[in-house]
Design a protein around this ligand. Structure first.
Ligand code: NAD
Length: 260
C-alpha cells in the first residue's frame, strides 16, 4: 500500500523515531533517518535497515536548531528519493526545572528542536506534497501537548505549540490529499525518559523501580509505558487510506492520562 513512498523522520537515531522509521521501512517506504549519535553506529543502523527491508535508507545529520540545515535535509531527501510523502516531526529534548530558574539557553533549545523545527520541515516539504496531492505530516507531540506538569515549562509550551501548528496546517491543506496530525503519547521508555528516571531517583532518593511507579507513571492510569511499536503502528494506520480524514487531530495514546 505504501510501497514506493518516501519518508523523513527527524530524531530517528534513537527511541520513538527509530521505531517509526523502522516500521515505515518494513512497510516498503524509503526512509531518511536524522539525529545525533556515534557516526559508526548510525551507519551500521542505516545499512542494516536498508539490507533487511530492501528500501532506500538515507541519513541526514541536520541539526534541528538550524533552519538552513533543515531546509537542506528536506531538499536532500527529495533529491535522493524523488519525494517526501510522509514527514514525521519527532526530534525532541527535555529539561526539568522550576520556571523561575529555567536556564534561558535550555528554553531556546527546547523551543527550537521541539517546535520550530516542525515549522521548518513543514514549510520545506509541503509544496511537493501539495503538487503530488498526497502527503502525511505527523507531529510527535505529547500528552504534555494537552495538559501540563510542573517544572516542564519549555517542553509543555513547545508541545502545546505543536498541537496548534498541527491544527493550522490541517486547515490550510484541508482540500488537498495532505493531512496533518499530532500524536500525543504518554510515557514511553526511551533514552529521554531513562534520563528523567535517573534524575528523579536522585531528587527523591528512591530506587528507580519506585520512581517509575510513584513519580513517572503517577499520571498514567494504566501504569505501563506506551510501547514504541504501538506508536509506529499508529503512524502506519495514519498513512493508510483509513487515515485520509484524520487531520487536525491531537491523538492521545496515553493509557487515559488526559482523560482526567
Ligand atoms: P530520544 O532521546 O530517544 O530520541 C530523540 C531523538 O532526537 C534522537 O534521535 C536525537 O539524536 C534526536 N535529536 C535531539 N536533538 C536533536 C537536534 N538538535 N537535531 C536533530 N536531532 C536531534 O527521545 P524519545 O523519547 O524517542 O522522543 C522522541 C519524541 O517523542 C520527542 O519529540 C519527545 O518529546 C516525544 N515524546 C516522548 C515521550 C516519552 O515518554 N519518551 C512521550 C511523549 C512524547
Amino acid at each position: 500500500m505504501l510501497k514506493g513512498k518516501s519518508a523523513l523522520v527527524t530524531g530517528s537515531t534513537s527511541g520513538i523515531g527509530l521505531g517509526i522509521a523502522t516500521g515505515l521501512a518494513d512497510a516498503g517506504v524509503n526512509v531518511m533517518l536524522n539525529g545525533f549519535g556515534d557516526a559508526g553506529e548510525i551507519e551500521r543502523l542505516r545499512a542494516e535497515l536498508e539490507q533487511r527491508t530492501g528500501v532506500k535508507v538515507a541519513y541526514s545529520a541536520a541539526d534541528m536548531t538550524r533552519p538552513e540545515e533543515i531546509t537542506r535535509m528536506v531538499e536532500d531527501a527529495e533529491t535522493q528519493f524523488g519525494s517526501v510523502d510522509v514527514l514525521v516531526n519527532n526530534a525532541g529534548i527535555q529539561h526539568v526545572s522550576p520556571v523561575d530558574e529555567f536556564p534561558v539557553d535550555k528554553w531556546e533549545r527546547i523551543l527550537a528542536i521541539n517546535l520550530s523545527s516542525n515549522f521548518h520541515t513543514i514549510r520545506a516539504a509541503l509544496p511537493g506534497m501539495k503538487r503530488r496531492n498526497w502527503g502525511r505530516i505527523i507531529n510527535i507531540a505529547s500528552a504534555h501537548g494537552l495538559v501540563a506538569s510542573p517544572f516542564k515549562a519549555a517542553y509543555v509550551a513547545a508541545k502545546h505549540g505543536v498541537v496548534g501548528l498541527t491544527k493550522t496546517v490541517a486547515l490550510e491543506v484541508a482540500e488537498t490529499g495532505v493531512t496533518c496530525v499530532a500524536i500525543c503519547p504518554g510515557y514511553v521508555r526511551t533514552p529521554l525518559v531513562e534520563n528523567q528516571i535517573r534524575d528523579q531517583a536522585k531528587v527523591h532518593g528512591k530506587p528507580e523501580a519506585e520512581v517509575i511507579r510513584d513519580v513517572i507513571l503517577a499520571a498514567q492510569p494504566n501504569k505501563r509505558f506506551v510501547e514504541i511499536k504501538e506508536l509506529s503502528d499508529l503512524v502506519l494506520f495514519l498513512c493508510s487510506p483509513a487515515g485520509a480524514s484524520i487531520s487536525g487531530s491531537a491523538l492521545q495514546i496515553d493509557g487515559a492520562w488526559t482523560a482526567r
